[in-house]
Design a protein around this ligand. Structure first.
Ligand code: HPA
Ligand code: ZN
Length: 340
């Protein structure tokens, strides 16, 4: 029997808006795919891999995350990766996902853009049909690479435009401000893509301003550092630009030292549209429910607050207004009917 809080979180309908599909690569599946593709990995066991997942900052994580992705070769590998994630979150009552993929991580190793996206897209289609999980796929540019490489990736994406809803920006934040990608984001918007960017995870509030004013983002991924700038908080709140927070990621990458002081209440009090997400669950010790629980316990969050966060996940999504209202009503109905 699950304790009440866990049970409440587990059964609540939710959307996940900040999830890197390459970050869902569990060591067991990594070994299996490496074996069938006859690729070596430098670890001898699942335990050894897990032991290596201790990070002091974003870069230490990224180095190992890109290494893990190296064993993904065939379309089927991308399918299996995505399907495993969908099954996992289906069991956690996630009903809508907006997931990132990093094409450059694959194309730079000689894997065709089509191979990666065909596998991911097919699994998402199957997830919608078989598990009832609706989806949007978002392609990220790697910000440690030049803007020219992002232009090239955008061009490669064009034959798959119908499958790609939005464009994001991820990888090493410090020293790679949103301004570096102003022109390619303008082109992406002209092509009709919705855009968002990781900003204010390790980088300063200034990077969030740049994402808003230069990239014209619809959402900020992470955005923790907005709290350093009162005016920025006001603007994010007025415009209801969502922040996709990832508590366990922040803890594991030392963006925060503990979850005891995670500023959920401060952000809600400031009218920020915040959501809870898992980022790279295979690396950070938990999927979406573990992220909700990770803050619910130390912060002693009420069921109302947790439900607010779940409702925010739909409000901040790219679903239609009708779909959002329908999903939010489902969260309310779940709360009303929840009994210990
Ligand atoms: N930040 C930046 N890039 C990333 C992350 C993240 O948390 N996860 C995967 N790529
Ligand atoms: Zn992320």
């Amino acid at each position: 029997m699950l304790p009440t809080l866990e049970k409440f979180i587990a059964g609540m309908p939710k959307a996940e808006l900040h999830l890197h599909i390459e970050g869902t690569f569990e060591p067991e599946l990594m070994f299996e795919i490496a074996r069938r593709n006859k690729r070596k990995i430098r670890f001898n066991s699942v335990e050894e891999v897990k032991e290596a997942y201790k990070f002091n900052n974003l870069q230490e994580f990224l180095d190992i995350y890109y290494e893990g992705a190296n064993v993904l070769i065939e379309e089927r590998d991308f399918y299996d990766l995505t399907w495993a994630y969908l099954q996992k979150v289906h069991a956690q009552h996630v009903v809508h996902v907006e997931i990132f993929f990093d094409p450059q991580t694959h194309t730079d190793r000689g894997i065709a853009f089509a191979t990666a996206i065909n596998g991911i897209h097919q699994a998402l289609e199957d997830g919608e049909k078989q598990l009832g999980i609706s989806f949007k796929l978002i392609m990220c540019f790697l910000r440690h690479l030049p803007e020219e490489a992002a232009f090239q990736t955008l061009a490669e994406a064009m034959p798959f435009k119908e499958w790609i809803y939005g464009i994001g920006l991820d990888s090493s934040e410090m020293g790679h401000p949103p301004s570096k990608f102003e022109r390619v984001f303008e082109k992406a918007r002209q092509e009709g893509f919705v855009v968002m960017a990781h900003a204010g995870e390790e980088g300063p509030a200034e990077y969030i301003w740049e994402a808003l004013n230069l990239l014209h983002v619809a959402r900020i991924d992470h955005g923790n550092r907005c709290l350093d700038d009162e005016k920025l908080v006001q603007v994010l709140a007025e415009r209801q630009i969502a922040l996709t927070l990832c508590p366990l990621s922040n803890l594991e990458l030392k963006v925060v030292q503990t979850l005891d002081g995670y500023p959920i209440q401060q952000m809600l009090d400031n009218d920020l549209l915040i959501t809870i997400n898992s980022d790279d669950p295979a690396y950070f010790g938990g999927y979406i429910n573990e992220n909700y629980l990770g803050i619910a316990r130390p912060l002693n969050l009420s069921k109302e607050t947790l439900a607010q966060l779940a409702k925010n996940s739909f409000r901040a999504s790219f679903l239609s207004e009708e779909e959002k209202d329908r999903m939010i009503a489902k969260v309310d109905a779940y709360c009303a009917s929840f009994t210990i």
